[in-house]
Design a protein around this ligand. Structure first.
Ligand code: UN1
Length: 635
């Protein structure tokens, strides 16, 4: 057992043992089968957890139900205070809990810690919510009447979570449900039971300190059988389920049969559209995390890159040159130069037409940049970008007396005393069209750069950890083989890495049609399909044609296209990003997706409404009965 190895002493810090009880109903007691938890990085057993028997589940649900009465009676701010303390307890255990996530789930340590941070953030959010849960008063059409909305807790909620976010997704549900006045029964993935036990112990500590029954946050480690029991249980007023679309659909149907509520977070088949004018440097660093981060095991991982066939490639960043700034009376003589210095051009910008940006009245400000190595003013003109970044200023290339001055300056740089700077410019860059194939080749280079950083997720130099199970590795192999059979080309990766643990190479595949069954299917591994698009409209159509609708992103600098993308004919996903990866959402917004992703929303915004029931209340203080719609009935 790895738990006996001093290298993993953090397991003991979390109160874990060689044999652990996986059921908590206020007391730790389990009678089900014993699960061995493996580290995906080496296939070795970490420790054991005893799962729930059907009777154990029953005891959990009953204890949670019982605890609810007390919990629901606490004022929301008092519940918020308990959640705040849970956040603090998580802060104290951030490091060891992150390490456990890394060891048992397999994601790299910074991401594992990030996941615990996500739970902490939700605690902060829930704390605020506990003092601001709204209830609206509407104007009544009847005199002497008040029409209002009162929100009450649901009761017990069932939380079924997946292996890939074994802490955060529980946290999203639990923290919000708690301030809403609900209690929960948590059924974690049976491949991450140690994490569930460790998290529950942290929550238990806080509840005990506040003399609150532990069953407010009950835990029931188990497999499909426990899940089914929970889904069918009418005491579970809401079932929040994260997992595959296939299982989620069954959960939805079962819960609906008993008119329970469900919140489904199912599969994704997320795309990034790379528009013609996208900033490729941004795209490449985003795409690496989006496609290969977490070894492709986020429901928000980018599975499809939809690349405009004429993407503009910005070659240079960080050119050094000189600049002059001054004013020139329209149509007259020589310019007045008020500033010159060294220009450091840091971020490329792709808008090509300075002349589209108009000037302040009869004088205008100009900015000249003479890039080192520039052969002619003509060439300078061809690389001058947009002056967006200086309000009221205008970028011009040189002509007339200004040209002479510029050339002179190029031959002999201004005296040192006159040089200010370096000043950062954002608008100059050399641009050329490169298109789809060059983007793919740059992406391939970026992927190649991380291969040496695949390894033990607990080591600081590692960027990509293992897949979670041997079954996931098999699914990866099968998908790659099928892609090749269907005429796809492996541009990079495609292989299982020969070492202990479940490691695969991040993989780029081209040559498959946008509507081929493989491209339309989510494979929970680091495989991305590159597909060429002739224009944004087609890109949006491809983005939307898959059955899932979780996350999406568009890389562009074009304001009009951004509004198309977020508008009624834009992305049909729950998460619609611009110039960021598809994954890595913050907790402040509502998280979830449309269509086969299930339609649920968790975390921020008004997701709390899922965990409460709404009563519409009309109070008559007029002393007389008056019917709505002014109906006269009898006298
Ligand atoms: C998941 O993969 O189930 O947006 C959740 C993200 C994370 C959550 C992912 N904040 O990638």
């Amino acid at each position: 057992f790895l738990i006996e190895d001093p290298k993993y002493s953090f397991l003991k810090e979390l109160g874990l043992d060689k044999k652990n009880v996986g059921v908590f109903n206020g007391k730790w007691q389990a009678n089900g089968q014993v699960i061995q938890s493996y580290s995906p990085a080496n296939g070795k057993i970490i420790a054991e957890v005893q799962a729930a028997s059907p009777a154990d589940y029953e005891a959990c649900a009953a204890a949670a139900q019982e605890a609810w009465h007390e919990w629901a009676e606490l004022p929301a701010p008092a519940r918020g205070e308990v959640v705040r303390q849970i956040g603090d307890a998580l802060r104290e255990k951030l490091q060891p809990l992150g390490q456990l996530v890394s060891l048992e789930m397999g994601k790299i340590l910074p991401e594992a810690i990030g996941e615990v941070v996500e739970y902490i953030h939700v605690c902060d959010l829930a704390l605020g919510l506990s003092r601001s849960l709204p209830g609206t008063i509407f104007p009544s059409e009847r005199p002497g009447h008040v029409l209002l909305e009162k929100w009450n807790p649901l009761g017990a909620v069932g939380i079924i979570t997946a292996f890939n976010f074994p802490v955060a997704v529980f946290g999203w549900n639990s923290a919000i449900a708690m301030v809403c006045g609900d209690v929960s029964v948590w059924k974690p993935s049976d491949t991450t039971p140690l994490i569930a036990v460790a998290v529950t112990k942290i929550v238990e500590g806080v509840l005990a300190k506040n003399n609150i029954p532990g069953a407010v946050a009950a835990l029931c480690v188990g497999g499909k059988d426990v899940g089914q029991q929970l889904v069918k249980d009418p005491r579970m007023k809401l079932v929040s389920f994260t997992g595959s679309t296939a299982v989620g659909q069954q959960v939805g149907v079962e819960v609906q049969k008993r008119f329970g509520r469900h919140l489904l977070e199912l599969g994704g088949n997320n795309a990034i559209i790379v528009n013609e004018d996208a900033n490729l440097d941004l795209l490449l660093s985003a795409a690496l995390f989006a496609c290969a981060g977490t070894a492709g095991q986020r429901c928000t991982t980018t599975r499809r890159l939809l690349l405009h066939k004429k993407v503009v490639y910005l070659i240079e960043t960080g050119i050094l040159g000189y600049y002059l700034m001054g004013t020139l009376e329209k149509g007259v003589g020589s310019p007045h130069i008020y500033q010159r210095g060294i220009a450091k051009i840091t971020a490329p910008y792709s808008h090509p037409a300075p002349d589209q940006h108009h000037l302040c009245d009869e004088r205008f400000v100009f900015i000249i940049c003479i890039c080192m190595g520039m052969r002619s003013l003509h060439q300078l003109r061809s690389v001058t970008g947009s002056p967006h970044y200086w309000r009221g200023c205008h970028a011009r290339t040189a002509s007339g007396p200004l040209a002479a001055r510029t050339l002179a300056m190029r031959r002999s740089p201004p005296p040192y005393s006159e040089i200010r700077g370096p000043r950062e410019f954002h608008s100059l860059s050399t641009r050329r069209r490169c298109g789809y194939s060059e983007v793919v080749s740059r992406l391939t280079k970026a992927f190649a750069g991380v291969v040496s950083k695949i390894g033990d997720p607990l080591l600081p130099e590692t960027l990509i950890g293992p897949l979670h199970t041997p079954a996931a590795m098999e699914a990866f192999k099968k998908t790659v083989a099928e892609a090749v059979k269907q005429g796809g080309k492996i541009e990079f990766g495609g292989k299982v890495i020969e070492r202990e643990g479940f490691f695969v190479e991040p993989t780029i595949i081209t040559g498959l049609s946008h509507d081929s069954p493989l491209v339309q299917t989510e494979c929970f591994a680091p495989i991305v399909y590159c597909i060429e698009i002739p224009d944004l409209k087609t890109g949006i159509a491809y983005n939307n044609e898959v059955e899932q609708g979780l996350s999406s992103s568009l890389f562009t600098e074009n304001l009009g296209d951004i509004f198309k993308w977020i508008g009624p004919h834009g992305s049909d996903c729950g998460i619609v990003n611009i110039n960021i990866p598809t994954n890595g959402a913050e907790v402040g917004g509502a998280f979830g997706g449309e269509k086969a992703t299930g339609g649920g929303r968790e975390c921020g915004s008004d997701s709390w409404k899922n965990y409460m029931r709404r009563s519409t209340v009309t109070i008559n203080y007029s002393g007389a009965i008056k019917l709505a719609q002014n109906i006269k009935f009898g006298d």
